[in-house]
Design a protein around this ligand. Sequence first.
Ligand code: MSP
Length: 652
Amino acid sequence: MSQQCKKAYITTPIYYVNDIPHIGHAYTTIIADTLAIYSRMAGLDTFFLTGTDEHGQKIEQAARARGKLPKEYADEISKRFKDLWDEFDITYDKFIRTTDEEHKKGVQVAFLKMYEKGDIYKDVYRGHYCISCEAFFTETQLVDGEYCPECGKPTTIVEEESYFFRLSKYQEPLLKWYKENEKCILPKTRRNEVIRFVEGGLEDLSITRTSFDWGVKLPESLGEPEHVMYVWLDALMNYLTALGYGTDEAKIDYWPARVHLIGKDILRFHAVYWPAFLMSLEMEMPKHIAAHGWWTRNGEKMSKSKGNVVNPKEVADAYGLENFRYFMLREVPFGGDGDFSQKALMDRINSDLGNDLGNLLNRVIGMSSKYSNSKITSENITKYYQNELDEVYNSIDKLEPLLFDMQLHRYLEELWKPLSIANKAIDQYKPWELMKENKEEEALALIGLIANILAKVAIMLHPVMPKTTNKIASSLAFEIDSNSYNKYIKDKELLPQFNITKIPPLFPRIEEILLNEATNTPEAKESTKDKSKDKEIQKCQDEEGLITIDQFFQTSLKVGTVIEAQEVKKSKKLLKLQVDLGEDRPRQIIAGIKEWYSPEDLTGTQVCVVANLKPAKLMGMVSEGMLLAAKDSNGLALIRPELRKEAGTAIG
Ligand code: MSP
């Protein structure tokens, strides 16, 4: 996206209404929202579109399975999406539904235009259809002659009269477009994939169906009441109908889209079919189609049936919406897959946000209150700290291109450099010592430098964390908007003199994982009962021998102090220990270590204990834990802390 362009049209996919919103949907929407907020702040005339995709066989079946009419069901789920985005303060300009009358009219206008141009013809479709992906496949594309190559579900054989779009005609023009526009598909590796796919040859695309009727009808003038449009033609057209295409075209100037944000699973529809439809309609090409990766849970695709769906609202409620936004954009390189882990989220909050950002604000508030009566000035910054300032600008200047190239994780990584420059400067120049040495001017300039760095970081972080950064800005006595963006980022101005305001800590430390595995929908919780989660974890371990950090933290390891040890009579192997784990009573642990340790060796020493094992009975005695030990051909050795630690100290 370049600055010369005054308009920025940003879209998310429109979400199917066969499922309630999950973390994958939230991810796409949050990225789009971040871009939209940035674009507005940077002075671009921005239009941000999201919505729901409501037609097709999949939705019809989902509604029927619940004893509802498709529209009634679509109304319900569409509202769930809209409500969630409203609750998440998503700054969309329009929420489109494919059941909107204007949309349906617009799609019919487009169909007629392509038909009159000779790009649509009637024939019979014979082939395989995957209802779950709403996609056609040839015999050779199927797995084992029957299963969908995308989702693995069985396909159905379809033979029906159908209209076809001459996709094959656009093979060469598409290749030309990809090759001439290096950034048309982001990340670039995806562009190469698409080029290879199209070079493999394109077949004409069936774009109407007669075997069900939950879809947009063909234009009346064609006299084909039996046909409804293929759901992907209907859905893709939303990007134009939302601007009034075919009805009221007042907003059509927002076209072409600056970026269509999508997941990698729907790249073919967006990077092949959509540009071909646009060429047929003689519309300009979108600037970027940006495909992100998938969020998985314990390495597996999330799905209701597996019971491993992460509910974005539960995560946002537990950890804070904006912390969650930051985490999603920072944690995973755009385009790559990411495994959702609460531990990783917690670490980002405590470390990046709490330590690096929150503490810096606290430090500047504390220092200014101590040394300058909370007054902060930018005077003398350039006199003493020009180098630091130059380094800060060096990072800030790199940010915008990273954002518009969808390198959001790198954007945030680069944005953290000024924070580290600020933290380092405090440690290096030690304002408290400068004050002692009567170098007040230098100390106050340092405080001014830190405040200015915080202000610039707050502005550039604003699209990711709007409310949090507004709080930082209000503490620094300015507002984040296009004005301050131009002044402090573009024109590199420094803050005027102001009084800093103390605000409550922005990122209170999170000490423990806040959600148990109940980040699931009620349906998912049901299905957990059939142990699918256990199976899934088992599978993850079996296939790769790897576990996730969350799985690791399910084991509670603690330091214990052995307060008593006895032999177990008639047993060659067992000792009976009483181990203090800092709880209200010691644990009894029966350990098979008699061959290597005597009771005297153990009393008073420290051991490492697995503290959350289900109690087990050994020779009729209850054992309430297990000791960690390493055994090789020379015998067994207990694992112990290197230094004495309080009984009950967590290991991990
Ligand atoms: N209705 C179509 C899109 C039509 S756009 C003209 C559709 N809908 S969807 O609801 O199934 O998916 C919408 C988006 O959510 C896709 O971009 C998809 O990649 C994304 N995600 C769904 N699950 C996901 C994850 N687990 N992780 C990341 N994003 C994934 O496809």
